[in-house]
Design a protein around this ligand. Structure first.
Ligand code: SAH
Length: 219
């Protein structure tokens, strides 16, 4: 066996995952692929061992460096919003522990994931390896700039909240593409959705959320 116990924590793991999926369904998550992935992907390997028993609670948990793994409901909601239609090439800002990235890797052909905290990346990469995920490209960098070299993207997802949508990200949405991200400050944040419709950017506002702030530069 490798470093990660992919089966789960004890015998109850699949049942615990199924319970989480049931909960997400009752909260309105409908995308069958997203629900299936949340039922399958072992969230406990993305969390330090002392907290792993809480991995299938619908809650955010610390992943070190002052950051958190997002709440499963929010991961599901943003994934289902991003994949309202099939999207092949995705930019993710905020790799963190890599859990959202792992979902994206199954929903898209390729994922380009940028993280500003270098120390988080080895763990995320190790988990992708353990899960057999090989369509994720990672980079240490400032997500305010997107990833110019591989732009444009069919989908862009950001898992940290800036005060305003970064211009570079708007410029990297392909025609027909969609950006989904939280925007706001510590007191008030909402999911923003931007669709590039034949070159016109059309924005709409979604749920109230609470993400860590999107910071500038690399750590
Ligand atoms: N989606 C991940 C991380 C959520 S926490 C998970 O569920 O584990 C938000 C992440 O965004 C943190 O890892 C933080 O370091 C990163 N982040 C914040 N500002 C960023 C920026 N400008 N560029 C890239 N990553 C950033």
């Amino acid at each position: 066996m490798g470093k990660f116990n992919l089966d789960g924590i004890g015998m109850t793991s699949q049942r615990t995952r199924d319970r989480l999926v049931d909960r997400l369904v009752s909260q309105g998550i409908q995308d069958a692929r997203v629900l299936e992935l949340i039922g399958k992907i072992p969230r406990h390997i993305f969390i330090e061992e002392a907290l792993a028993h809480r991995a299938y609670e619908d809650t955010a948990l610390p992943i070190g460096h002052g950051q958190t793994i997002s709440q499963p409901y929010i991961v599901a909601l943003m994934s289902q919003t991003l994949f309202n239609i099939p999207r092949a090439k995705i930019l993710e800002v905020g790799t963190g522990c890599g859990y959202q990235t792992a979902l994206l890797a199954h929903l898209a052909d390729s994922v380009y994931s940028v993280e500003r905290i270098e120390a988080l990346m080895p763990g995320a990469r190790e988990r992708f390896g353990a899960l057999g995920i090989n369509n994720v490209h990672t980079r240490i960098g400032d997500g305010y700039e997107g990833w110019e070299r591989f732009a444009p993207f069919d989908g862009i997802i950001v898992t940290a909240a800036p005060p305003e949508i970064p211009q570079a990200l708007l410029a990297q949405i392909t025609e027909g593409g969609r950006l989904v991200m939280p925007v706001g400050n510590a007191a008030s944040q909402h999911i923003q959705i931007v669709d590039n419709l034949d070159g016109d950017l059309v924005q709409s506002t979604g749920d109230a959320v609470r993400f860590v702030p999107m910071l500038r530069g690399i750590a």
